[in-house]
Design a protein around this ligand. Structure first.
Ligand code: IPE
Ligand code: IPE
Ligand code: MG
Length: 251
């Protein structure tokens, strides 16, 4: 005991993170180092994702957000983009029933407008089918960019102001956040990036304000439960202050 009540930004009494976000990076390098096509790295990346979802559930994590495709990833060669789209469609088609049976609730963040209608439909189906599940919440960041999400929220606020329903003075960080893609989901406690790169690449820019960042040298296709536990151990050793002086109180 001796700790302040848990809030949306603190972790549970064992120091486990409530919300883990992952930048699943390094598929291409994993493949290249084995003389395999990049697509094979992405395919093996989906297997790592399956393992990770299971491990996150077992470890009592409440929210797992995964960066599956960024707003900027469209700039990759057409063949690679199409490989990634095939894998996403396959993941939802093949795994949705199992995710649902495991009581996983699926949410999707990112720009939906302009998406391939078949993909948009699958994403919607995943959300609809699992809406009432009470286990792990799996947040899929697809066609996602942090700056784009902030701009969408700003547009939502601007529309309310223009319509006379909102006074400019009422715009606070909390109010703006209500216009984000998943405003009911707490900020990530722990943000992991695999592959050794140490940058956010436009992922959860707003939400990661006080996340603990852990960079692992492993490429995503090699990520497993042990790697997740290692990141969580590192998280437990961190002292979170939220700008204050007392660790882990968030105030
Ligand atoms: C992450 O692996 C998957 C996506 C970005 C969709 P990469 O494809 O970025 O792999 P590297 O970084 O080139 O090794
Ligand atoms: C971030 O990785 C996007 C995803 C993991 C989906 P990238 O590989 O696209 O990022 P950069 O280009 O190395 O910054
Ligand atoms: Mg990469």
């Amino acid at each position: 005991m001796g700790k302040t009540e848990t809030s949306s930004r603190s972790s549970d009494e064992f120091g486990a993170p409530r919300h883990v976000a992952i930048i699943m990076d390094g598929n291409g390098r994993w493949a290249a180092s084995r003389g395999l096509p990049r697509g094979e790295g992405h395919r093996r990346g989906v297997e790592a994702l399956r393992r990770t979802v299971r491990a996150a559930g077992d470890l009592g994590i409440s929210y797992l957000t995964i960066f599956s495709f960024s707003s900027e990833n469209w700039s990759r060669p057409a063949k690679e983009v199409s490989d990634l789209m095939v894998l996403l469609r396959r993941f939802i088609r093949n795994d949705l029933a199992e995710l649902h049976a495991s009581n996983v609730l699926v949410r999707v963040i990112g720009e939906r407008e302009g998406l391939d209608p078949e993909i948009a439909k699958l994403l919607q189906e995943a959300e609809d089918l699992t809406r009432h599940n009470t286990g792990l919440t799996l947040v899929i960041a697809f066609n996602y960019g942090g700056r784009q999400e902030i701009a969408r929220a700003a547009r939502g606020v601007a529309e309310e102001v223009a319509a006379g329903r909102l006074a400019p003075q009422a715009v606070t960080p909390e109010l703006l956040y209500r216009f984000f893609d998943a405003p009911d989901i707490p900020d990530p406690d722990l943000l992991i990036r695999t592959s050794g790169e140490q940058r956010l690449s436009n992922f959860l820019l707003w939400q990661a304000a006080y996340s603990e960042l852990v960079f692992l040298p492993v490429h995503w296709p090699d990520f497993d439960r042990a790697a997740l536990e290692k990141a969580i151990d590192e998280f437990r050793r961190r002292e979170r202050r939220f700008g204050g002086l007392v660790a882990k109180t968030g105030s």
